[in-house]
Ligand binder design. Structure first.
Ligand code: HEC
Ligand code: HEC
Ligand code: HEC
Length: 282
């Protein structure tokens, strides 16, 4: 059977499709992000003693779940108790961040209170469902940017001190120096300047040790430094040194492994969000 579109039309369509897709691939894509109103800052450290906004959120989710569980059991007292907590917390969002007042389903909060008082369980569930939509829509728009802006560690004021040379540099400069010293070793090593390579490895090592000291500015004995710059890293540095001294070609791969454990893992936790934060806080 003959196809309904002719052979030439098909070729033409294919051509149009290919140039439009290729074009789309080269187009720069822009996305816009919403950032929360600055009034939210006062509910986060350092302006607040605790991460109060976040704790309000946890409480909202918990009380919502409790209402749902007790509605199933038709336990009126417990529904009332948790509902009081829930509506208080929900309304407090608008007190904390007045700009978000319009994002709230306050009419449904009133309806929820009425439904709870009259034990209309179906209405309670319906009200919660409507209110839940406001949770989701606000989260979709603001949650990630709020975390990036107000809850990610900031490295700007962290200094990295080399206890050997007493050099004291910013965290960013420490990162630059770290990668330079690492590549300096790799270049010397690849070009078979064995003695120089061993020397450069020692400098790199010293920079890593200095970086390790800086973790304590924020991490107090919680093992985070150990996970990234601990025994495993120590062991790898030791092996790397032996390989470098022998001029063994396996040193290149060892350096790769080391940088995954040491650099990539920490970047996965700290660098990407730090970068995101600096992009959106401009
Ligand atoms: C007007 C905005 C807004 C509304 C409405 C809102 N939230 Fe949130 N919520 C946020 C923001 C912003 C965050 C991110 C806060 C953070 O992580 O520090 C968040 C985070 C959370 C978190 C913690 C995120 C997680 O999964 O770890 C929970 C739980 C939560 N909200 C529950 C709720 C519930 C339940 C409702 C509705 C009853 C609700 N929120 C309504 C803005 C809102
Ligand atoms: C400016 C403060 C700050 C500095 C400096 C810092 N961290 Fe963190 N780090 C945090 C916070 C806060 C968390 C908890 C998660 C979050 O909020 O991102 C964390 C989480 C982590 C985690 C994931 C959680 C865990 O316990 O495994 C690792 C791993 C980590 N940091 C490693 C390091 C290492 C290694 C250094 C030093 C080279 C370091 N951090 C320096 C603040 C910091
Ligand atoms: C705390 C854990 C941590 C460890 C461990 C770590 N980094 Fe970083 N690195 C960061 C953070 C955070 C940034 C972003 C700093 C900023 O922009 O202020 C960063 C940024 C960088 C940058 C970009 C600097 C610039 O010019 O903006 C380079 C390069 C870098 N790191 C290399 C490395 C190398 C190589 C290693 C391993 C030998 C390493 N880092 C280990 C956290 C870490």
């Amino acid at each position: 059977m003959k196809s309904t579109i002719g052979y030439k039309t098909a070729i033409l369509l294919l051509w149009v499709w290919s140039i439009t897709t290729v074009k789309a691939e080269y187009l720069e894509r822009e996305v816009s992000l919403s950032v929360p109103p600055v009034s939210i800052a006062q509910w986060y450290k350092p302006l607040n003693r605790r991460q109060q906004f976040l704790h309000t959120m946890f409480s909202l989710r918990r009380s919502m779940q409790a209402i749902e569980e007790y509605v199933v059991l038709e336990d009126k007292n417990s529904v009332e108790r948790w509902s009081a907590e829930f509506v208080k917390r929900y309304r407090s969002i608008g007190d904390m961040v007045p700009e978000w007042f319009d994002e709230l389903e306050l009419e449904w909060i009133d309806k929820l209170e009425v439904a709870v008082a009259s034990s209309e369980w179906g209405e309670v569930t319906e009200a919660l469902r409507k209110i839940d939509m406001s949770c989701s829509s606000c989260h979709k728009e603001y949650r990630a940017t709020t975390v990036a802006l107000y809850r990610t560690p900031i490295f700007d004021n962290i200094d990295v001190i080399n206890s050997n040379t007493k050099e004291e540099i910013s965290f960013k400069d420490a990162m630059k120096a770290l990668v330079v010293s690492m590549n300096s070793f790799k270049i010397a090593y690849d070009d078979k300047h064995q003695e120089r390579a061993v020397e450069r490895l020692a400098v790199f090592r010293e920079r890593v040790d200095a970086l390790g000291e800086s973790c304590q500015e924020c991490h107090k004995n919680d093992g985070a430094e150990e996970r990234i710059l601990g025994e495993q890293t120590e062991e790898m540095f030791h092996e790397l040194k032996l390989l470098a001294e022998k001029g063994d070609s396996k040193a290149g791969r060892k350096l790769g492994e080391l940088s995954v454990v040491m650099c990539a893992r920490c970047h996965a936790v700290h660098r990407t969000v730090a970068d995101l934060r600096s992009i959106i806080s401009r």
